[in-house]
Design a protein around this ligand. Structure first.
Ligand code: SF4
Length: 228
């Protein structure tokens, strides 16, 4: 399940110095995805699994320095029980845990929350509802996950990557109406590099002033809006 490990990150877990675990495999196919190696089975199946025991002992060794651990992918929740068992083992180190998810598997996220296995969740919202089937996804599942996160009171953020094809002022209004009210929204700059669908590499990201306009739209729906 764990395909890569990064010892230190200052940017992946708000207010924490964190290690990052990358899991292989994903249940979506977003054309703008730049994690090809973790999404395409023919690539990640060739990568060796890192045993959770090795990760846990590394966390224990570095605990004075790092304060958190981020589980990202790919999509971590596709690993279901294996993810839960991994989180239980990491939880035993008493380090803070952040889960990144696309929200397609609400039951797994609910279990993470009900077992108190995560301290922070970053939930991706990729496009307006009618576009989700293009990625192989379901807006209804995303909504179920968001409701579970919001109802739980856990700390969370919604991440929206500003891919100009999918995120425009109009679609952002639609998204905002469907997800409101939310705590924190981070609007992330699109980087068209090594994308799943090669033509997306030709798409220019929004310039800073357009990113600011997108953030202003989201301010109607979220308590706090960040631009990354
Ligand atoms: S962007 Fe995320 S959810 Fe979409 S295919 Fe890539 S890893 Fe999966």
């Amino acid at each position: 399940m764990i395909k890569a490990f990064k010892g230190t990150s200052l940017v992946d877990f708000p207010d924490e110095i964190a290690c990052v675990l990358f899991t292989g495999g994903c249940n979506l196919r977003c054309p703008h995805c730049y994690n090809k190696s973790l999404v395409e089975p023919e690539i990640h199946s060739q990568m060796e699994d890192i045993p959770v025991e090795a990760v846990v002992s590394e966390i224990e060794r570095r605990k004075g320095f790092i304060t958190g651990c981020v589980i990202t992918g790919g999509e971590p929740t596709i690993h279901g029980k294996e993810l839960i068992n991994t989180l239980r083992k990491i939880r035993a180190t008493e380090i803070k845990i952040k889960l990144d998810t696309n929200g397609m598997l609400p039951d797994v996220v609910k279990q993470c929350i009900s077992e108190n296995l995560v301290d922070y969740i970053a939930l991706d919202v990729k496009a307006s509802p009618e576009v989700y089937p293009q990625f192989g996804g379901s807006w209804e599942n995303l909504e179920e996950t968001l409701n579970a996160i919001r109802d739980s009171g856990i700390n969370y953020e919604i991440r929206i990557t500003a891919v100009p094809v999918f995120i425009t002022p109009t679609t952002l209004e639609l998204i905002g109406e469907r997800i409101k009210p939310v705590k924190t929204v981070a609007i992330q700059k699109f980087v068209g590099r090594n994308t799943l669908e090669p033509s997306f590499e030709e798409i220019a990201p929004y310039p800073p002033d357009e990113m600011k306009k997108l953030a202003e739209i989201m301010e109607k729906y979220a308590e706090k809006v960040l631009i990354r």
